[in-house]
Structures are given as C-alpha cells and as structure tokens.
Design a protein around this ligand. Structure first.
Ligand code: PGA
Length: 274
C-alpha cells in the first residue's frame, strides 16, 4: 500500500540505528521510545516481545509507571508469540512471563491484553482471530522486537515467507537449542508456536528492535547491512517504513557503518530524538 503524505512527513523512512554501551542503556533508550508513544497517543496499541532482551525495558517502564510518568490504562497490547500446548500458568509460557515481568506490575487493564492462545482447541481459528483483533484495534503503533541468533523476529524462522501472517510455526533446531536455556532441557521446548507473521509485524507503524550481546552480532549485521533475504527474516525490516534498532556495543560489533549511524543520531532534529 503506498504511504500517504502525512505518514511520509511523520515517519523517517529509514532504519535508525542507536548504539549504546550495554543492555541497561539500551533499556533506557527503548523505554523513552515507548513512553513517547504512550504520551502521544490517546489509545496506544503496543506490540510486545518476550525473551531476555526486553527485560531491561520492562524494568524501566515499571519504574516510569511507579513514578507517575506513564500509565498503561488506555493501552492495548498484542504479544508476538506463544508456545503451543503450554498452559497459561506454565512457568515457561509467555502468558506467565508477561504477568510476572510486566502486566502484574503496571496498571494494564486485563481486557486490553492479547497474547496468542497456544492452548486453543482450534489453533488456526485463534490465529485468524488474532489478526482480526489487531485490525479492529486500529493496528499496532509501536512493535517491540528481539532478534534470534538466527535472525528470527517473533518466531518467524529462517526460510519462511516474508509476508506471513499470524500462524502456527515449527521452531528451528537452532531456536530450540537457544531457548533450551529457559527450560530444564532443550527437549522440553515445544516444537510448535503461534507467532505474528512478518507481514503482520511489517504493518506496525513503528518497530523497535533490540539486540544485546555477541551472540546477536551476526544476525544484526545481516538485518541492517545484508541483503533482504528469508535466510535472515529480520532483514525484511529494511523495507519497513520506520524501524529503530537499539543495540549494545557487542551486538553492533560487526556493523561496518557505525560511524554513519552515530553521525545520523548526532544530527537528528530535536523532535526526532529520544
Ligand atoms: P532473547 O530472544 O531476547 O531471549 O535473546 C530474542 C528472540 O529470540 O527473539
């Protein structure tokens, strides 16, 4: 769909790369981006991620809520993904992760929280309903993303379609191994998940992708400076109208154009900064 003029004026039409010393500083910048969205929108719609990367961000947001700077009362959220077959109270389910690390600690209204239901009897229907609900809420204003060491976003694994919608996916062996660290054993990691598709993510008005640590450096390089390819699903974000990548030094270590990214950040208009 062609972008309307007002969108072009408001959005940056580039991938913005912000590099900070460590995860803590990345969390601070990311929290400012989320806070700005909450303050600008009357009824903000956030897309949320799980995993270890956004924990610093959630910590900062909880702090901003506690000090009265932001509120989540008017906010609607859609999580990216969930394991199939894990009960919502399962300690490794993303329902539980979100309750423990975020929702239970801010003023979110329970009825505004949306997480794919990996326990639904009809998984295909639940995926379609998820897409419809996002649309009914007017789309996602700000989508928070992590990146897998294999370049996945959400649970969109390499070699999948770059225009996929919310659907049931099979985890790659690489991700099962990576996520084994959250379970007693990698064999306990479910093989099936529900995830928003790349096409769903691409419709968010702003994507905020975070990456920390050496383990992400190859995927980050491919996402920002490589060719757009299904081998590195995050590279699809090069076509996104407004993506901000917030990286720590280690995750950014393989980038060739760091000086340029720093130059762009230094010369932003005041309204473009976070
Ligand atoms: P992580 O996962 O934040 O736990 O590294 C990110 C992802 O796999 O998307």
């Amino acid at each position: 769909m062609p972008l309307k003029a007002d969108t072009i004026c408001r959005d940056m039409l580039v991938m913005e790369v912000i590099i900070r010393k460590n995860g803590e500083e990345c969390g601070l910048v990311a929290a400012r981006i989320v806070a700005k969205c909450l303050q600008e929108k009357e009824k903000p719609v956030l897309g949320l991620a799980t995993g270890s990367t956004p924990l610093q961000l959630y910590g900062e947001l909880i702090e901003l809520y506690r000090t009265g700077t932001i509120s989540f009362k008017e906010c609607t959220t859609f999580n990216l993904d969930e394991y199939v077959g894990l009960d919502h109270s399962h300690p490794k389910s993303y329902h539980r992760y979100m309750a423990d690390n975020f929702f239970g600690r801010v003023d979110m209204c329970a009825e505004n929280i949306n997480i794919p239901d990996g326990t639904a009897e009809d998984l295909r229907q639940t995926c379609q309903e998820y897409e419809t609900k996002i649309e009914q809420c007017g789309g996602i204003d700000l989508q928070i993303l992590g990146i897998g060491s294999n370049g996945h976003i959400g649970f969109n694994e390499p070699m999948g379609s770059l225009s996929s919608r919310t659907w049931i996916k099979i985890l790659s062996k690489n991700t099962i191994k990576d996520n084994g660290r959250f379970f007693k054993d990698a064999r306990e990691v479910p093989r099936h998940v529900i995830t928003m598709g790349i096409g769903t993510i691409m419709e968010a008005r702003h994507c905020l992708i975070m990456a920390c640590g050496w383990k992400k450096s190859e995927a980050v390089k491919a996402m920002i400076e490589g060719s757009v390819t299904a081998q590195w699903p995050a590279s699809a974000l090069q076509f996104h109208r407004r993506t901000t990548a917030v990286l720590d030094e280690e995750a950014a270590s393989l980038l060739s154009h760091r000086e340029h990214y720093a130059w762009v950040e230094e010369n932003m208009m005041p309204w473009q900064t976070y």
